[in-house]
Design a protein around this ligand. Structure first.
Ligand code: PEP
Ligand code: MG
Length: 315
């Protein structure tokens, strides 16, 4: 008998995936984790670890010289864990150490910190870590222990990156130290114009996300010291050159499916958040107190964009 040929299964048309802009929160102290989580934020777009480390009153170099690496790692582990526990199942991007050398000066081990005329342009961020692998390794060991403990919501973000080679070097070091680098979330801050200009190359180098550090991006794009009140009125996050760099980077990230976010202070300004949503940013990370107003600004803009689209489709 002729065998019935089964009709081809009807493949349901997948509904287009509409993902709204996430609203995340910035955290600087573990003590603020509960308050940050209570905002209902979609994750932590920036966990600064400077305060945790500076609070120890000893430099990372001191712990290494004294053979007390485990003490450092344990303190860092405990602090980060508090934040991860407050955001179960939500991404938490922990930024590697980004303190300028002058902030370490008056603590134990501070005498070994280099004396710099301009610490903000000096030995900080990823350059310090690449240049002092022992200090980087203590942080990586902390992350490894957290990943091993099941905290797969932990992502690692590198600050002050200006060339894709820095990201690749950091990744290679982590791999050498036993991190499964292709399966953990590693990303960069875009806070130097060079990293926005080279965003395609960073994407090629394998970043999983990019986050605009506008506090620095503004100062380095406009040559305005972010801490100098004499030029404070010229410090403009919405300067067209800053916006163009951001727009360029968002476009590249979107084209390659890389999450792009903002964690600088400008992300707490509703009008900036509105502009960013309009230009396609994937998430906005704001200060704890600003999360409600940013969520509202984002929702309002998204609603307007959806209605505009619907009207155009019906026209
Ligand atoms: C930034 O530069 O925007 C940023 C978030 O980092 P920090 O303020 O810690 O330099
Ligand atoms: Mg910065």
């Amino acid at each position: 008998p002729k065998q019935e040929v089964a009709a081809a299964p009807v493949v349901a048309q997948a509904a287009p995936v509409i993902t709204g802009t996430l609203v995340k929160v910035n955290v600087s102290l573990p003590e603020a984790a509960q308050r940050a989580a209570a905002t209902g934020a979609d994750g932590v777009g920036l966990l600064r670890i400077e305060h945790l480390i500076l609070g120890l009153q000893k430099t990372p170099g001191w712990y290494i010289n004294e053979g007390k690496e485990d003490e450092f790692i344990q303190s860092l582990y405990d602090g980060i864990k508090v934040v991860l526990d407050a955001f179960p199942g939500k991404p938490v991007w922990v930024r590697t150490l980004d303190a300028p050398t002058d902030e370490f000066r008056n603590m134990e081990g501070g005498e070994e910190e280099p004396v710099e005329h301009n610490p903000m342009l000096g030995w900080r961020g990823i350059r310090r870590d690449l240049n002092s692998p022992d200090q980087f390794r203590m942080q990586v060991e902390t992350f490894k222990r957290l990943w091993s403990a099941g905290y797969d919501n932990l992502g690692v973000m590198f600050p002050l990156v200006n060339h894709p080679d820095e990201f690749l070097q950091a990744k290679a070091m982590m791999k050498r130290w036993g991190v499964d680098v292709e399966n953990v979330t590693l990303g960069i801050m875009v806070e130097i114009p060079s990293s926005a200009i080279l965003i395609e190359e960073f994407i090629e180098a394998g970043i999983k996300f990019a986050s605009f550090g506008t506090n620095d991006l503004v100062q380095y794009t406009l040559a305005i010291d972010r801490n100098n009140e004499n030029v404070a009125d010229m410090y403009k996050p919405k300067h067209p050159a800053v916006l163009r760099l951001i727009d360029m980077a968002i476009k590249a990230c979107r084209a390659h499916g890389v999450e792009c976010s903002i964690c600088g202070q400008a992300g707490s300004d509703p009008s900036m958040a509105t502009w960013l949503v309009e230009h396609g940013i994937s998430s906005v990370s704001a200060n704890i107190d600003a999360v409600p107003r940013i969520r509202e600004a984002v929702a309002r803009k998204e609603k307007q964009m959806i209605l505009d689209l619907a009207r155009r489709n019906n026209a």
